[in-house]
Design a protein around this ligand. Structure first.
Ligand code: GLY
Length: 381
């Protein structure tokens, strides 16, 4: 079964989640309008692009791990379909991920992660500092041990956004370059999306995928998604500098997490700080200092790289770190939000879930666990 071709769907938000859902719903038959003043310019643009459910895993977050593992498994097929639909390379990298620890506290924390993964049947390979350097010669002598996780991948988020935009346009998605201010309803069902110039996009269904701004769009979403600031750097390789690693390198440095995601051309994306400070998108001196200092302790060669860009983005945090994917509030309202650190990873599984819901099909067990009903009593059962 496919989506009823008479269905008008308005997607609010043109980040990776909104674009993915809009593209897939349009391919499936819906008449899709995407409302966003500047698609692809928010957190998805700032992101590092890790597709890393295992190295982001933590005890107590099993539902998130299951969702992430399902999505990372979908990524190669998703990227291939996107490349075919857009004629563009979406920038998937399949080189894997290593995790590095410096001090004894960091090594103990990695051992907690490794033992947890052993215990749930997802063993990872433990490596000494020397073994890590054999895999990635860019890793410096302060690193004493770590893990190898070949199935945690990465994608160039900016190539991805460009490919999604083209694929969505080719599938017939109409882009409305305005900011949405509210989802309108008649008390029972949604009727439209109100924009900041007072115009209304009439529609049968609305998917709110507005990242950190999701909660403001309808009372049923109030308080469910909050901004979590992250500062991130983009570095370029310079002639004579030590080559960047091939794999994503995640590390703990005196308890602080840092990661370096390679880009074609030898560059690196270094991230990311994490702070609950509201809608503040200004990078700080302290945040940049911490990232540079910690990255250099793990990858000493970055000192010779060019500092190309400093940015901050707002992750959309949910109450329990699991996204909200499903129906909520009045008939016709859906949400794909609260993806926190994992929006790019979870885009394929989120789009699968939203398309299934629009078709009236069952969603997978992992997507069902992300039903907003778990955190909001106003949801239609
Ligand atoms: N997924 C990495 C981050 O949110 O910084």
């Amino acid at each position: 079964m496919t989506i009823d071709s008479s269905m008008r769907l308005a997607v609010v938000g043109g980040g990776v989640v909104g674009l993915s859902c809009a593209w897939r719903a349009a391919v499936d038959g819906a008449r899709v309008t995407l409302v966003d003043a500047a698609p692809g310019s928010g957190a998805s643009w700032v992101a590092g692009g890790m597709l890393a459910p295992v190295t982001e895993a933590w005890p107590g977050e099993e539902a998130l791990l299951a969702l992430g593992v399902e999505s990372v498994g979908s990524w190669p097929g998703f990227a291939a379909r996107l490349a075919e639909a857009s004629g563009r390379d979406p920038g998937l990298r399949a080189d894997g991920t290593v995790v590095a620890a410096t001090g004894s506290g960091d090594r103990a924390e990695l051992e907690t992660l490794a033992s947890y993964l052993d215990g749930i049947g997802r063993p990872v390979q433990r490596l000494s500092g020397r073994e890590l350097r054999r895999l990635e010669p860019a890793i410096g002598p302060e690193v004493r041990g770590g893990l190898s996780v070949p199935d945690d991948l990465a994608v160039d988020n900016r190539l991805l956004l460009a490919a999604l935009r083209v694929a969505a346009e080719q599938a017939g998605v109409v882009f409305v370059a305005r900011n949405a201010t509210a989802v309108a309803d008649d008390g029972t069902r949604v009727t439209g999306v109100t924009c900041d110039d007072g115009t209304v996009v009439d529609t049968d269904a609305v998917l709110v995928a507005a990242g950190a701004y999701t909660s403001a769009l309808h009372p049923a979403l109030d308080g469910l998604v909050r901004p979590v600031k992250g500062e991130i750097l983009r570095l370029g390789h310079r002639p004579g500098a030590f080559p960047a690693p091939t794999r994503t390198v995640r590390a703990l440095v005196d308890g602080r997490p840092v990661y370096a995601v390679p880009r074609d051309g030898g560059g690196l994306v270094i991230g990311a700080t994490q702070a609950d400070v509201g809608f503040d998108r200004e990078p700080t001196v302290g945040g940049v200092r911490d990232l540079l200092r910690d990255a250099e302790r793990v990858l000493p060669g970055v000192a010779e790289f060019a500092l190309l860009e400093v940015a901050a983005g707002l992750r959309p945090g949910s109450p329990d770190n699991l996204p909200l994917i499903g129906r909520i509030g009045p008939t016709g309202l859906l949400v794909a939000g609260g993806h926190h650190r994992n929006g790019i990873l979870l885009a394929p599984v989120t789009a699968d879930g939203i398309v299934a819901l629009l078709r009236g099909d069952e969603v997978s067990g992992a997507v069902r666990a992300a039903d907003p009903a778990r955190v909001n009593r106003k949801v239609d059962a």
